[in-house]
Each structure stands twice: as C-alpha cells, then as structure tokens.
Write a protein that binds this ligand. Sequence first.
Ligand code: FNR
Length: 378
Amino acid sequence: RRVADAADVADLRLLARRRAPRMVFDYVDGAAEGERSMARAVEAFDRVEFSPRVLRDVAAAPTAVEILGRRIAMPLVLGPTGFTRMMHREGERAVARAAERAGVPYTLSTMGTTTAAGVAAAAPGGWNWFQLYVVRDRARTLETLSLAREAGMDVLVVTVDVPVAGARLRDVRHGLTVPPALRWRSVLQAVRHPAWWFDFLTSEPLRFATVNGAPDDLAGITNLMFDPSVTVADLEWIRSAWLGRLLVKGVQRVDDAKELAAVGVDGVVVSNHGGRQLDRAPTPLELLPHVVAAVGDRTEVFLDGGVRSGADVAAAVALGARACFVGRAYLYGLMAGGELGVRRVLDLLHAELVRTLQLMGVGGVAELTSDMVRIRER
Ligand code: FNR
C-alpha cells in the first residue's frame, strides 16, 4: 500500500509501523507509564455524538478561521515534536513545507533537529511558530528565543507540562538512545528496515538544534537540561522578553488557566502532552468546555491530544477550541512517506472536516456550536 491509498490517519499509522524501525515507531506511538492519558484522550473523541441539522444549505462549508489575529485555512496547528528527523530524514523541513502548502501553522520544538533558520528557509511562506522549554541556563533560553525571532517566528508556545521527563516505558524497554544506536538490540530492526537505516546513516547526523554535549537517552537529556523550578514568575519574564504572541501549552486545570489569563498570555493549550508526561491526567476534550467557560472571553483556548480526524477537529471546535494542535497524526504521515505523507494527512483532515460540517448541516466552521456535540457516558 502507498501513502496515496491511505483512507484515513489509521491507515497511515499502519504504513508508518511497517516503514520505521520498531523503536522509532514506538517513540511516536507510545506514551507515559500505563498510557492511560493517551488512550482516554482518543477514547473521549470516540464518545462524541453529533446532533446534525437537516435541510440547511451546506453547498459550501468554509473551514478558514482566524487565530491570534491571522487567518488560517482550517482550525489546525501542527504541534511541536522533538527529534523529528528521526522519523524521516527530511524531518522538520518536510513538516513545515506541508503545513505551508495547507495554510496552517507549524511549530518547531526546542528539541527539534533542524534550526529555526532551517525551517524558515524550507517554508518561507508558512506561518512558523516556536515552542520553548525553559532550560536551566536562562541565557541559553534568551539566545534560543532570539534565533526563533530572527527566523521570523512570531508566536511562542511555552510548554509547561515537562518539569521532568515522563516515563515512556516503550522507549525504556527498547533502550532508545538519541540518536538511535545500531546495537545488538537494534540489529534485527536494521535487517527488517534497511531503507530507514540507510537513510538515517547517510543523512546529516542527528543532533538537537539547541542541545550541546553527548546525547544519550531522551529522559536523561530532558532532566539534565530542563529546569524543574520554573514558575509563573518565569513566564512573566518570558512575556517581557518576547515581543510576539505567547501561548502556554500543557494547561490541565481551570484555576491554572485563570492564573495564566491574568498574566496576559494570548492563549492556552489544554493538553497533557499527548499522554507522554503524567499518566492519568485530565482528558483534554472533557476539560476543554470548562476552560473555555472560565477564560474563553479573555484568551484563546486550544486543545490537543487524541485528534486523529477532521471530525475530531469539528468536535473540539464546537466545544470552544479555537483550533486543535496535532502531534502523532502528522508524524505517522511523516514516517509513512516523508513530506508526501504529511500532505496526505493534512488533505485527509481537511476533507474529513468539510464532510463532517456538511453532514452536520453546518455551513462552515464558524457555525459550529456546543449544542451540536454531546459526549456520551460510554
Ligand atoms: C511530542 N510533544 C511535544 N510537545 C512539546 O511541547 N515539545 C516537544 O518537543 C514535543 N515532542 C513530542 C514528540 C512526539 C514524538 C510526540 C508524539 C509528541 C507533544 C505534542 O506537541 C502534542 O502535545 C501531542 O502530540 C498531542 O497529542 P496527539 O496529537 O499526538 O495525540
């Protein structure tokens, strides 16, 4: 099967599983500890029930929305993912180009494997954002910010749900290192995925754009680098140092959302990092309406976690999200077929969103309202 034949994101996930070595696939597909947060995020979308209108003119179902003062083609943001050149040699560049083509923002991670300037050069017409982890060395954080700014990035997403690394047990069991090492554990994988290893060994060595030193396991790097003592005071410091828009990603309580709105952030992302940090975290789709009710009039509210289809996007937007971030959905496409795979994902999500709107009797994303969605008990 080819990328073009994939009927949905689940098909691309299966293709990705075949193309990438197991430990690479599992780094993307897995989550923390018992993987409950991730499973629940997906399962909440399964419980969505739409309440469609009939006999409405749905000949056109425009998907464009305005977020942070700028129009985008659909309520979708490609979220930050670390180490993206491990999934495909084109990595961040491929994702940024696909986002540019689809007219949606792309977010480069602090743990990215391409520089901000590299992303800007790959997708000069795209709306490229930067995601920040505050590291122990504050001078380095400032330097990272100015590199992003120089590359034209004007939206900063500060991720706050990683005071320490989550325990991704699949990675622990595979002995995943960064970069992946060809060792006895991975020899069998290499034999079964020769094309991936060939690509990997012949492309520019994988290094984090913002990490010095000899990398090894991801949790080790994270704990070495990240500062677990970051507080709202640091956020106020970033607010003053950053001239562009500021979002905070990883908000999991209504009271925290209120505190952030008071600091004057431009938006919050209701997220538990795709279940990769705290297991048994609140389920984003269920928490969303409460956060929207509390701060939606003061700040823009986004959601991520478990979004795998355009119908999922419609549900989240109906419940008050300005847009959804996605992580794994585009990474499955990237592993399955590089830039073409990411394009396929974005085309599918868009087509699914349009079709869902039309079948809901809604003449455009702007007409989605919360009374059109119910989250069933089970
Ligand atoms: C992530 N995520 C993430 N978030 C972030 O702020 N900085 C990062 O470097 C990363 N890295 C990362 C790597 C991988 C492989 C994944 C899957 C995720 C979290 C990401 O931005 C987003 O919150 C989740 O992926 C959302 O859940 P879904 O869409 O994957 O279900």
